[in-house]
Every structure is written in C-alpha cells, then in structure tokens.
Design a protein around this ligand. Structure first.
Ligand SMILES: [Zn+2]
Length: 393
C-alpha cells in the first residue's frame, strides 16, 4: 500500500516525507515514477525533488540512453545524506553501529557486559554515541534507535529470566537515551527492529509478506505484512518463544511450563548442550522448531520464513536441515517461487541496522512520524527541514 500525497498547501512537509520515503524504499525512481506512486502532480514532485536534492538527501543521475531522446534522470537516496546510530542491548552486553542512509555500517562498537544494568548501559551509550558520530564529523545525525529484548510491560514476562534484561523494569529507556545522547531517540523490541532491518536491507527486500524468526538469546519473530511489521495492540506481537511447545515441560521464568524458547534459543542451546551434548540438543530442538514453523505458516501464510537473529548461521542452518523436510501446512504448495525457509542476508547485523533505520524512519518517514520519538525536538516542526538546519549538507 503506497502512501499518497496531499495537494493541500499545508501538506507540504508531509509531501516532502512521502516523496523521500518513496525514493528511500523504491529508488532509484524517475520524477514520473514518483508522481504515479504518490499521487502528486509532476510539478509538485519536481519542486520537492529540487528541494530535497539541495538539502543533500537525494542524488540524481542520468540513466544510460535506451532509445531516442534524453533519458529521464533517476533519483536515489544519497547514502551520505544522513546517519543514524543503532544500539542493541542484550543480556550479554551492548553493540552499536553508525549507519548511513543506504544501510551501510560505517563504524561499530561493542561492550561485553553480562547482565548489564541500566546505569552502566546508559553511561556506556553516553560515550559510544559521540565516538561513533565522530567518524562522520560533518554528517547529518538524524537520531538514535535502541533495540532490546521484549516484551515490554507484561507483568509476568518482562525483565524476568535469562533471556531478558533483568533489573530494567520501569526504566524510562527512551527518555534516558535522549538525555545521554541529545538526539531524537527511538525504542523497539529487538525482534521487530531486526525484522525492519531485514525488510529494508536484507532478505526481506524480495518479499512483501514474510515472517522473520529472530533466533537470539531467546526466540521471537515478526510478521512483515505489506512492508510493515505487525506489532499488535501493545507492540509485543511475536513472542513465539512463549508458545507452549512441550505441555508440562521445563518451567519457564514466565510462569508457564514447556515454552518453546526453553528448548529452541541460544540460551537453550548452551544450557541443554551442557547436558545432552550439541548433537543431543539438535535432536531435541529440531522437531519443536519444525512444529513452530508449521504454526507460523498456518497462521500467516507468508511467502517465506526468514530465519535470522544473533545465532551463528551454521547453527540455524543445521537446525533447519534437521527440521526438514517440513510437514504439510498452507505453505506446502507446488507453485511456490521461494523456499519455505530462507536465511537472513544480514545475520547478526539486522538488529543494529533495524534500530538505526528506526531513527531514520522516525525522522524522515511519513508513516512513523514522531509517534515514537522522544527527544529535544518540538513536534510541530518539519523534521526534514530541521535535520537540514541542524546539519546543512
Ligand atoms: Zn515462557
């Protein structure tokens, strides 16, 4: 579903975001392509394009001539037109990356800090962010996005147990992030941030409807539908790790028994391999993972299930191989263009790229607006203009 522009005069900032978003998601595009996509007149599009090109967000280049006449110039995002910082906090420490508009990681930082507490985390973030930003001293810094394990604000599951950040309950994360960085700040559950990264820059680019499995310390996933993650009423959709896999099985910190991530997750792999050996863990986990894949397919009918997260590629490949062949589900059809299960193209970087993209989307995209922003910026202003005034290209 493409967003449409408005021909009302007050809609100019909105239209600028619509046009930039079209180029960001679908570029390179000609002015005529854009006008068709967003439903604005060619003249309005031409005006906006001139403006955002001057601001340094986009570049135009002439395509090689195919027939007679001058070819139209195609507009693409200027990779260095803006930067954002993505941060991932896990039970094992934190990672951060400076990312450009094209989704290229320019610089990265990592701190191994098991069971990291909020004070330590924000102290570290306060030094990491300026150090990363210093790699592009003249760059336009759009914001910072932080991803962390969820779910958020669920009494029984949040911040309880080894797959979560214990001791983070009640911490105003977004506000603390804005305070220590001074930048527009965004927050998302790590599995959703990773799905967003994969959708923009990775395996998800080839699909409109895909399910992203986040194989991390815990296990989660997100259905990406029509270009956006399905987040549910409270933003917690996708905690598949707490689906019951073994009725009456291992107690889970959530209070239930036999939850999937007690058997299928990095945390489970380490804990169970110590008892069963690695082969034994694969034998135990594979049938449970197979059932989970079938459930996902039957629920969402995705074009494919992309498996990614923090787990090493060889580990998930081996697990998927052991879970194959998959039994029947709505996905078992002869005319499939894509395999039922594919692997992340970004691996462990998906979450950092997704967290950074959250900040880019938050500032530039008409979809996100400033809904999730917390920071020093007044909400009534036009964020594209403002990013431009703060850091002229
Ligand atoms: Zn559970």
């Amino acid at each position: 579903m493409a967003l449409r522009g408005t021909n009302q005069e007050f809609g100019r900032p909105y239209n600028r975001r619509i046009v930039l978003e079209a180029i960001r998601l679908h570029g390179p595009l000609t002015r005529a392509d854009i006008a068709r996509r967003v439903g604005l007149t060619p003249q309005t599009v031409a005006n906006i394009v001139r403006e955002i090109e001057l601001q340094g967000f986009i570049l135009s280049r002439r395509e090689a001539p195919k027939g007679r006449g001058l070819p139209a110039s195609a507009l693409a995002l200027n990779p260095d037109g803006g930067f954002a910082i993505g941060i991932h906090v896990t039970p094992r420490g934190l990672e951060a990356a400076l990312v450009n508009l094209a989704g290229i990681i320019v610089a990265r930082a990592r701190r191994d800090l098991p069971r990291i507490d909020p004070d330590t985390a924000f102290r570290e973030i306060g030094t990491i962010v300026p150090a990363l930003a210093a790699h592009r001293p003249n760059g336009r810094m759009l914001g910072v996005g932080l991803a962390m394990p969820g779910p958020f604000d669920v009494e029984s599951i949040s911040f309880v147990g080894p797959t979560t950040l214990e001791g983070w309950k009640g911490v105003p994360v977004r506000q603390a992030l804005a305070t220590v960085t001074g930048l527009p700040s965004f927050l998302e559950v790590d599995l959703a941030a990773a799905a967003h990264g994969e959708q923009l820059y990775g395996a998800g680019r080839a699909f409109r409807e895909f399910y992203y499995v986040y194989f991390g310390v815990g296990l989660g996933g997100t259905m990406v539908h029509d270009g956006a993650g399905l987040r549910g009423a409270w933003g917690n959709a996708g905690e598949i790790g707490h689906m019951t896999a073994v009725p009456g099985g291992d107690p889970c910190p959530c209070g239930n028994r036999g939850c999937l991530e007690r058997y299928v997750s990095l945390e489970a792999c380490e804990r169970r391999s110590a008892v069963l050996g690695e082969d034994g863990w694969h034998a135990e986990a594979a049938p449970l993972f197979r059932t989970a894949l079938l459930t996902i397919e039957n629920l969402f009918d995705p074009e494919t299930v992309v498996v990614g997260g923090l787990a090493p590629r060889r580990l998930v490949e081996r697990l998927v191989a052991a879970a194959s062949p998959l039994a029947n589900s709505v996905a078992a059809r002869r005319d499939r263009p894509a395999p039922r299960v594919t692997f992340s193209a970004l691996g462990q970087d998906a979450v950092l790229l997704g967290a950074a993209a959250l900040a880019v989307s938050g500032v530039l995209s008409p979809r996100f607006g400033m809904l999730f922003a917390e920071g020093p910026r007044p909400a009534s202003r036009d964020p594209i203009l403002e990013a431009t005034e703060a850091h002229p290209a």
